[in-house]
Design a protein. Sequence first.
Length: 302
Amino acid sequence: MRTEGDTWDISTGVGATALFVAAARALAGRGPEPLAVDPYAEFFVRAAGPEWADLLDGKMAEHSLLDPKFGVYFQLYQAARTKYFDDYFDTAMRAGVRQVVILGAGLDARAYRLPWPDGTTIYELDRSTVLEFKRRVLSSCGDEPRADRREVPVDLRADWSKILREHGFDPSEATAWLAEGLLFYLSAAAGDRLFDDIELASAPGSRVAIEEPPTLPDQAPAEPAGRMSSQPDWADLVYNEQGSDAVEWFTARGWNATGVTFPDYLDSLDRTAEAIFNDRGWSPSLMRLMTAVRPPRPISSS
C-alpha cells in the first residue's frame, strides 16, 4: 500500500503504471482510425524488457490489455485522454502560451511529437529515476525535442514549485499546466496542495488541464487476467481518497473551468463505448477531463 515517503523507478510501483499506460497507447495507435498516435510509446515499452515487447509482438495469449472486457476499452480511454490533452495544448499555443509544465510527466513524449511554436519551453516534473529512463530511451531514438525541454527531478508531494523556479520557470508568464494520470497517486491533501501551488504560480492567461479520478469501491477491483510479473497491483498504488472537485475549486477562484465525462467526450468524437469493465470495480465512464483558464488582466483604459 502507498505511504507518504515511498519511492519507485520505471519498473516498480507507480513508475510501472506508466509502462502499462504506454503499452495501451501503443496498441491503441495500431487500430483503425485511432484517436491518437504516440510513436514513442512503443520505444518505451520495448526498452522495458522482453515481456513488454512480447505483448506488442502478439506473443502473449493472455494479458489484461488484450482482454475484451478490459483491455479494449482501456486502450480506447487512453487514446481519448491523449487526444483531449493534445488538443488542449494546441489551443493553449494558439492563445500565445509558450510555457508548459507537465506534472508527473512519466512517459509523456509530447515535447517530441507535438508541433510546438518557436520559443516554447516545456518543464517535465517527475522522479529522477523515471526521467533518466525516459531520457535514455528518447536519446536512442535519435530524435530531438521540438521545444526547449527541461527535466525537473522532484517528488510532487514535496515543495516542487521552488525547484521548478530554479530550473527557469517564470511565474510572471502565462503557463499551460497538465496533470494527466496524476491525482490517483496523490492523497486528497496532496492534491489540494497541488491545486494551490498551480494557482499561486499561474499568471493571468494561464490554463490547466486535469484528469479527475473517482474514488474506488470499498472492495478492491478484481485483478485482470494476464498481469505481468512486473506490473504492480494497481489498487495498492492509489490513495483512493475523495479530493476537491477540480472544476469547482478553480471556478471558485475566478478561473473559467469546464469538465467532460469520458462517455460524453467520446460522443463528441462520434465514438461510443458500451458499459466499460464495471466488473473490475472501476470504470473510465466515471472519469472526467477538465480544463480551466485564468482570465487575462483587463486592458487599462488610462
